[in-house]
Write a protein that binds this ligand. Structure first.
Ligand code: SF4
Length: 146
């Protein structure tokens, strides 16, 4: 929808929500516009290099992001001066090729929080009270049972 005029975009979003309210249908929305995603979604998944790195209910994810990539995405969209940004949310480097991703965590070459373990072991998605995240920073938190 990014190429659409803003009023057309709003009409389409409202139409989709109306269809959903009337029929109960689910939509899978793939988008880069974080404001659109927040407006349209009850549950949000964040992907990096083709893999899901975080998923949570929309309100939870936007208020309490856990993955460094999600934090950087949300900070990049926030209306603050770049000089005031937390250094933990500023990404360096380039997106690696998905054909030859880095060892361990695919995000590690750009992650301001990377540590030795990140190059050795690929993190897996773990659920913490329904909030899924794939990051070694959260390995010590106890995941949901089951
Ligand atoms: S696993 Fe390591 S490199 Fe990957 S997002 Fe977490 S801290 Fe950063």
């Amino acid at each position: 929808m990014s190429a659409l005029d803003i009023s057309i975009r709003a009409q389409i979003m409202n139409l989709l929500r109306d269809i959903q309210d009337r029929t109960g249908v689910s939509f899978l929305l793939i988008a880069h516009d974080l404001a659109v995603v927040r407006h349209m979604s009850r549950r949000v998944g964040v992907m990096y290099l083709g893999k899901l790195v975080e998923m949570a209910d929309s309100d939870e994810l936007y208020v309490r992001p856990l993955h460094p990539y999600t934090k950087a995405l949300l900070a990049a969209g926030a209306p603050i001066h770049p000089a005031e940004r937390d250094k933990e949310t500023i990404l360096g480097g380039e997106m690696p090729s998905p054909l030859s991703p880095p060892s361990g965590c695919a995000f590690r070459l750009r992650c301001p929080m990377a540590m030795a373990r990140c190059s050795e072991v690929a993190p897996t998605l773990k659920s913490h009270a329904g909030h899924l995240v794939a990051c070694h920073l959260h390995d010590d938190r106890s995941p949901d049972a089951g």
